[in-house]
Design a binder for this molecule. Sequence first.
Ligand SMILES: Cc1cc2nc3c(=O)[nH]c(=O)nc-3n(C[C@H](O)[C@H](O)[C@H](O)COP(=O)(O)OP(=O)(O)OC[C@H]3O[C@@H](n4cnc5c(N)ncnc54)[C@H](O)[C@@H]3O)c2cc1C
Length: 387
Amino acid sequence: MHPSSMNYEILIIGGGLVGAAAAVALKRQGRNVALVEIRPPETACAFLENGWDARIYAVSPANQAFLQSLDAWPSESRVQAVRRMDVRGDNGGRIEFNAADAGVPRLTSIIENRWLLAALWRQIRALGIPVITEAAASLATDIQTASLTLQSGAKLTAKLVIGADGAASWVRAQAGIAVKETPYAQHGVVANFRTELDHGGTAFQWFAGGDVLAYLPLPGRKISIVWSTGEPERLTALAPEDLAAAVTEKGGGVLGTLSPLSPAFAFNLVLRRPETTVAQRVMLIGDAAHTIHPLAGQGVNLGFGDVIEFARISRHAPDAGAHQLLKRYAQNRLEPVRTMQLGCDGLFRLFGTQTLPALPWLRNAGLNLVNAAPLLKHRLIKHAMGL
Ligand SMILES: Cc1cc2nc3c(=O)[nH]c(=O)nc-3n(C[C@H](O)[C@H](O)[C@H](O)COP(=O)(O)OP(=O)(O)OC[C@H]3O[C@@H](n4cnc5c(N)ncnc54)[C@H](O)[C@@H]3O)c2cc1C
């Protein structure tokens, strides 16, 4: 159901984590917002409480505070605080980060996709934000307005269309924005496991032979893993017990023997850089605007950063889609996004290169060097926390 011809201030296409957060944040600022989402998520407790979602995020403290300000932070019983990170290279290198050293209670929070999405969508419903579940057919803009025509022929107009429709963004294509895609020739394999030993709120990461494996703690004796690898089928084709054994072995048995808790899924990993994130009466946020390698767990954090920045600069703007405002958004987000993309890409390439004989020594010595430099470590922690 949808109104046949409606006018809004802001029309958001895509109600994933980033689009949903934008809808709530901008509505709370008094904007007349509507959301187009072809697959609204399930929010019923019976669905949420049935097992553990293998899609999880490490949400930075800055973004946690933002989500809490929107009343969209799920129950702490489904959130695991990370108090320590233990990162190991492929030749004896090691770096550790402790929340206590940084004087903070947690470095980041691990949270399941479906719980966070449900918390945001409950706010969308509580605020009465109109949700259109029909697919769009075309998008046209002029200097004053953006017009979205739905497949039924109904027309929606707005001062601004926000494309939050993910990595393969339809809005981006409709706006004629080209995107540079650099595949990593890797997939991220994700799955959940029960652990034999207590993780104590520690996140582990191993760089090994081009692969990157992360153990991310969940509440209780449970972890979620992201294993970035060029041979995902080798892992997803395994029986659950055999995959658990492979993940136990790759992690050196650091949490004892693992046992399976969920099926494994594989995601294709691609670095995406659109030529711009704005066009006439259109802007992009979240994965529509950028994707990165998941090794630093920063993808959705960057997306929430887009929302926070736009909400900040547009707060008192009479016209939410004004050219100067969109230009400012694009400029302000360029550096943080590029820095994170380049940082993750650089780290991936540094540990992925197997052909230069001196490199394994150099990269592991680099980790140990940073580990021994408290000031540098402190700065790295603050940066990763979004502070
Ligand atoms: C293996 C892996 C691990 C990751 N781990 C982390 C992590 O630990 N921390 C982190 O910060 N990030 C992580 N990420 C990145 C994170 O998953 C993404 O950055 C985030 O999900 C992007 O959210 P989004 O809302 O922009 O896009 P999406 O989640 O893709 O949402 C897009 C929405 O738009 C809708 N849609 C699409 N097309 C249309 C259309 N035409 N009309 C209407 N609706 C439409 C879709 O149904 C969907 O709901 C990881 C990614 C991978 C692959």
